[in-house]
Write a protein that binds this ligand. Structure first.
Ligand code: 5GP
Ligand code: ZN
Length: 114
């Protein structure tokens, strides 16, 4: 389940510290260490899934859980005007950490695309 060399698996295991905002049996939510906007969170499944490409039907409940969690997190962060979500997939998509995660961004300094 956990990959020994995966940074996010280590954060989930607690061997690397992080600023954790939310946690349940399926996901953790941490602050991005290098925020690209006033609010920049990462929603990370506890299961080591490499990317969107590795999803199968067994992950449907997890992915629905993540999608429904996002607006709740945004509200908790005071993002009443809205928020942006990004999932980078593969090197060509800008993915750097190969453990699936959803970026939640909002507030001041929201970056544009490209
Ligand atoms: P990716 O490019 O893979 O979609 O995003 C990886 C994200 O993880 C980046 O936004 C990066 O700032 C963040 N990140 C990298 N290392 C750490 C870390 O040790 N702790 C936290 N909280 N975020 C990290
Ligand atoms: Zn992992």
């Amino acid at each position: 389940m956990r990959e020994p060399d995966c940074l996010f698996c280590k954060i989930i295991a607690g061997t690397i510290p992080s600023e954790m905002l939310y946690s349940d049996d399926q996901v953790i939510v941490i602050k991005d260490i290098n925020p690209q906007a006033e609010v920049h969170l990462l929603v990370i499944p506890r299961e080591h899934i490499v990317s969107l490409k590795e999803l199968d039907a067994s992950h449907d409940t997890l992915m629905a859980h993540i999608l429904r969690l996002l607006p709740k997190l945004a509200e908790q962060q005071g993002l009443s005007e809205g928020f942006r979500t990004i999932i980078n997939t593969g090197r060509g998509g800008g993915q750097v950490i190969f453990h699936l995660h959803v970026h939640l961004l909002g507030g001041r300094n929201l970056p544009g695309f490209g």
